[in-house]
Design a binder for this molecule. Structure first.
Ligand SMILES: [Zn+2]
Ligand SMILES: [Zn+2]
Length: 276
């Protein structure tokens, strides 16, 4: 990893459960082994809709004065169900590998969160700065898509599918996996694109074989590539991607049950496919 602006050192203070109120420590070893495990940056759970660390896996407490009158049940009626969470082994492995590479194998999720959205993927030139969690998620997703593409190719050797592996963390790939930007560099990069529309796109090369890929499309007068175009170029070797043919706008809950339906939808078709 390349580090600009110095390697930041973060001190996190934790409350110690079971001690008189207000007792804190900055030494993780003062906490119980279970709590230490729960607080680790590489302890990640798979939820119904997202993958996350503690405390994000627990619904946020909404203060009484912020609740909408009459809608209290929305906040109070849902009990947290830990049965809906599973250990996310794939994300944990990626997180461990990335933490080892930055020399923080025992970091807590709070420590990595304190570094904020200043991480830029080193494997995509089009990447916008994101938080550590999002970076781990990004690598997990890219690797999962590549692994799926290999399974699809194995199952159907006749299929002509180019799917280059761009986010490998194998030791032989010594390209930096991320750049740590200064807050000013991150803000500059975000500011460049903030006034533009950034629609979410699906790669039709991926959709056609059953891979659910999503990338932003960026247009504008800046030096950042468009993520969907970079994906098509780097992963599928499509040198001049054509909108509508190689990619199209992503829609919520589009049913992909019929993979033979590879046409580019007109509005009425796509509305029929939306599951409400
Ligand atoms: Zn990337
Ligand atoms: Zn694709």
């Amino acid at each position: 990893m390349s580090v600009h602006g110095g390697n930041p050192s973060i001190k996190v203070t934790f409350w110690i459960p079971g001690y008189p109120s207000g007792t804190t420590t900055t030494n993780l070893a003062d906490l119980s082994p279970n709590l230490q495990f729960l607080l680790r940056a590489d302890t990640i759970f798979k939820g119904e809709s997202s993958n996350s660390n503690y405390p994000n896996i627990v619904p946020p407490l909404v203060p009484f004065n912020r609740m909408m009158p009459g809608a209290e049940e929305l906040y109070l009626g849902v009990r947290w169900d830990r049965g809906k969470l599973k250990r996310d082994d794939e994300s944990m492995a990626i997180s461990k590998e990335l933490l080892a590479r930055v020399g923080k194998p025992d970091a807590t999720s709070a420590e990595m969160r304190a570094l904020r959205g200043n991480f830029q993927c080193g494997r995509c030139t089009s990447a916008l700065p994101v938080s550590w969690d999002r970076l781990v998620h990004h690598f997990g997703r890219e690797e999962a898509q590549w692994k799926l593409s290999q399974l699809i190719k194995e199952a159907d050797p006749e299929l002509h599918l180019v799917y280059n592996r761009t986010h490998s963390l194998d030791p032989e790939n010594n390209q930096p996996f991320a750049h740590f930007l200064t807050p000013e560099e991150s803000a500059d990069r975000m500011l460049q694109v903030s006034t533009y529309d950034m629609p979410l796109m699906r790669c039709l090369g991926c959709v056609d074989v059953g891979i659910d890929s999503q990338y932003l499309d960026l247009h504008g007068d800046f030096d950042i590539d468009s993520p969907i175009l970079e994906h098509l170029r780097e992963v599928h070797n499509v040198s001049s991607p054509i909108p509508g043919f190689h990619y199209r706008e992503w829609e919520w809950d589009v049913t992909d049950s019929d993979p033979s339906d590879g046409d580019v939808d007109d509005e009425s078709d796509s509305e029929d496919e939306i599951e409400m």
